[in-house]
Design a protein around this ligand. Sequence first.
Ligand SMILES: [Fe+2]
Length: 649
Amino acid sequence: MTYLLKNMQEDSVPTNESDKSNVESNKSWRANDRKLDAARRKYEYNYTYIPSIAMVEKLAVQEYPSRVWIDLVAETFTTILINSLLNSQNKIFHIFRNDVLQNILLVIIQLIARWVIYPLMIIVAFLENNAFISRILEFIFLRWIIKLNFAEAIIKFLFSVRKRPEPDAPEKVTSLQQYNDLFQKIKLPNIANDFQKDDVFAYMRVAGYNPVMIERVTPEDNKLESKFPVTNAQYQQVMGDNDSLADALADGRLYLADYQGLEGAANGTFPKEQKYLYAPLALFAVPKGKGLNPSRLMRPVAIQCSQNPEDAPIVTPQSEKYAWLFAKTIVQIADANFHEALSHLGRTHLFVGRFTIATHRELPDNHPLSLLLRPHFQGTLAINDAAQESLIAPGGGVDKLLAATIDNSRTLVEADLQNYSFNEAMLPKQLEKRRVDDTEKLPVYPYRDDALDIWKAIHTWVHDYLHLYYDNDQAVESDTYLQNWAKDVVAYDGARVFGFGQQNGQIQTLDYLIDAATLIIFTASAQHAAVNFPQKDIMSYMPAVPLAGYQPASVLKKDKVEEKDYLKLLPPIKQAEGQLDLLYLLGSVYYTQLGYYGDNYFQNPAVQPILENFQKNLQDIETKITLRNRISYTYTYLLPSRIPQSINI
Ligand SMILES: [Fe+2]
């Protein structure tokens, strides 16, 4: 076995050729191998929770959430609970308008979290070796505690006291004010004031909750010709007579959001209403001009709410008010479903979860790559396990709120992840593939600009760090642990990551290893932050981003689409409340900060200066974004200080 890395950290393998060193090395390898055997038993793969996707069979004790994390969740939970109680028709709960009582409730919930949940976790961990007691405790508590069902049980009780009896028919909404009234303790987000504006609709594509959809239309790949026949007259009605569809196409100023991947989805009905998912197309154009002028934000030109032009008319900003609003809302619904199932759950949570398992199974704790990656895996298996157990289970939050059937939503995730090539997922390649990497052609794209800066900072850090341990490609190729890790990452009985590695899934060059580690860290930190935290500020306000439609797209074929049609398209109040509760929680928990690994985490003194350089680069990016936000459009989701190290919510 060859495992000759320079500068290994404590109890690592020395590179000295002497016999004495070799004896020590052999001991160290054997110890590592024994630990890995144990880790493989702890981190077994499961492919049935979300069929065919590699998840962990059973959550290991060391993956339990930390006390600080539980406190953060308890605090957010309390805010949601108070908000919900203030919405109650049972006036007794309105006593929580009083700040003192609110604080008392917060303290009680935190005390439960601190003195009940956390100690029980310690007991379970302590008794881990006692299989019988551990099993009983696990049975009684883990199902409750890890999934937060313990706190949920108390809250459900309070909710059940305050809830009205469930109506047989969905509650009719007669004005948007009813949705606004759901925000009592929780502040009504700014998006509630301007979500119907066209520039906000356009801005969502480049700085919203799912800023990864738009692609530039080219003469060679012109989907307008094949399935979205927007006319020049329609184009000029929006962009003016001085511009034309042909000019915009030739200049590279046309951008398309195409939700073809959602076509043919099975519409859900859970809990009781008929829901609809759509596969619309939305066309945007960048105004003529030069430079990074903020006025060159792209504008929405036309929407077609089906892939087949015969099934849905083309609607433009010049169409009647409610037809246009109806069409824009359908794009938001498609975008929200794409976001939750694919951009968020599949391409960040489950994407990173698979590397978490492979790393525990194949890389010793003191392996340099393991040391580098593990802080970026903290909490990921726990939150994914909780999700598969409740959130994405039949009857869970996804089933209730999203548009498709739960089976369909899970199939979408699986199909996407099976085709989402690791090597194609590198950020620069993603931007190039969608042809959105040219800042002159597409000047206003805050997500792209900020994400690229952070990608480069992570890349430099990973490059400098790995160069401490690997001198050249040969050192990478001959690192047996690393190659075994790569094998496990791609294996059918391993993590099943599609498109990973160089030849035969192996890692042959140091450059590739640097790119791969950069992508894993970037996805676990920045990419997840970009798609997770807008859930609170944007998506919790349901009219801006409904998670399901409640009318078919064919309503647009009517002679006149009216306000009542638009209101019927939106989810019932009960669903809107569920969306607010869930997405406010998921978007509120900021735990750890990118680039901060804790004092003395890296014991190799050579790491310190390059880590400080990484932190300085992140601070420079923070300053740059803050300045840009003052003078141009505001986009805060990739401020480095607001990016956690890992996916933990
Ligand atoms: Fe998340």
